[in-house]
Design a protein around this ligand. Structure first.
Ligand SMILES: [Zn+2]
Length: 381
């Protein structure tokens, strides 16, 4: 081994790369793809160089010794989406794992790593991580409850229409329907939440039917849409009347767990002062992912897990289009563009206000399609 190669392999950059390749985040080697090269299809060597003369950071490349073709070892990986040194992107992911806001992350990273990150760049990484969560939650196969197990269900208003006139006529309330298992000896309980177009029986029952295993015991409030739950899949249905008490003294039903989840989930929106409507489901997906994997309060476990999820769902070599198609199909109902999609909303702290029952909420799913398409065109830095 030449001295130069030896020093490359001892560098911090190379060791970092090896660690990430062991996690499956980047390919561990590369062969020369130059057909005119004598060493066509033989392995390339790692090589460290500066992008330009005065650049601060060294870039780790694969380089062919014969034809001297080279490109970044991170080409085609998740990291190549952000045009920043890998150690910076990893620092951003650490901040995300610790649930640090983009504003704070920016000052922490710029101070400690002497870099000039913008908030937009950090938000770009955060948005990609939420897309990973959307895929990792595996909504299709996520089933809750089971014989004799308790599942609490509830609906919650995420986006309220303040005055039902003027500009607000165009706005639509956003209802989220949620289910959560009670913790038992085997598990600490998982959750599932999704935006619903309305709170009609058909809408809610079809989700309950799909998400709850046969024989589950379902606790809910007295919302009329739930009346027919016990007709399906051997479900037992118990209700608690919130206008009277929060724990039904006769049947033991209560929905404290789902309500505390609403508070926790909405806290994030509050800290952000609301967010664009299109992002609501992706933040909810992130919440579900953290909760179901039990990493909500453990930033190190969260960081390690999200790296593993990235290697699974953004495996090196996947095309960005293919990735986004998958994310989109997880949250798709319609493809239509919607001009309201960029509108900000304020979260409601109260859950289940029924004053707007008569509002016939339109389908807002189309909004999700818009954001994922737009993300393709967002220039990160
Ligand atoms: Zn070559």
């Amino acid at each position: 081994m030449s001295d130069k190669l030896k020093s490359v392999k001892e560098s911090h950059e190379y060791k970092e790369f090896v660690k990430l390749s062991e996690l499956g985040l980047v390919l561990p080697n590369k062969i020369c793809g130059n057909e005119n090269c004598k060493n066509f299809e033989s392995e390339m060597e790692p090589d460290l160089r500066k992008r330009e003369k005065n650049a601060k950071n060294l870039i780790l490349n694969w380089r062919c010794r014969t034809c001297r073709v080279y490109n970044s070892v991170y080409a085609g990986s998740f990291f190549s989406l952000f045009r920043k040194p890998v150690k910076i992107i990893l620092a951003v992911i650490k901040c995300w794992a610790a649930q640090i806001s983009a504003t704070k992350a920016k000052s922490v990273i710029n101070l400690n790593l002497e870099h000039q990150l913008t908030e937009a760049m950090i938000l770009g990484v955060y948005a990609r991580l939420r897309q990973i969560c959307t895929l990792a939650v595996d909504k299709q196969n996520l089933k809750l409850g089971g014989s004799g197990k308790v599942v609490e269900i509830d609906e919650s208003l995420y986006c309220k229409v303040k005055h039902w006139k003027g500009k607000d006529l165009k706005r639509r309330p956003v209802w989220v329907f949620g289910l959560v298992e009670r913790a038992d000896g085997e598990s600490s309980g998982r959750t599932y939440m999704q935006i619903v177009k309305d709170r009609e029986a058909q809408t809610l029952l079809s989700i309950i039917y799909d998400k709850c295993e046969s024989g589950s015991i379902i606790f809910s409030d007295c919302w009329a849409s739930y009346n027919k739950i016990a007709m399906f899949k051997n479900f037992t249905h118990k209700t608690v009347n919130h206008s009277v008490n929060f724990l039904d003294p006769n049947n033991g039903a209560c929905t404290n767990r789902i309500e505390s989840l609403w508070r926790a989930c909405k806290q994030k929106f509050k800290e952000m002062n609301g967010c664009k409507r299109v992002y609501i489901q992706s933040y909810i997906d992130e919440f579900i992912w953290r909760f179901n994997n039990n990493v909500t309060t453990d930033r190190i476990a969260c960081y390690n897990l999200i790296l593993r999820e990235i290697s699974k769902f953004y495996r090196p070599g996947i095309s960005l289009n293919e990735f986004e198609e998958k994310v989109l199909s997880e949250n798709r109902t319609s493809f239509e563009e919607d001009e309201l999609s960029n509108e900000n909303f304020e979260t409601c702290s109260s859950s289940g206000s029924t004053s707007e029952n008569e509002v016939n909420a339109e389908d807002i799913f189309s909004e999700f399609c818009v954001v994922y398409r737009r993300m393709k065109t967002i220039q990160l830095q």
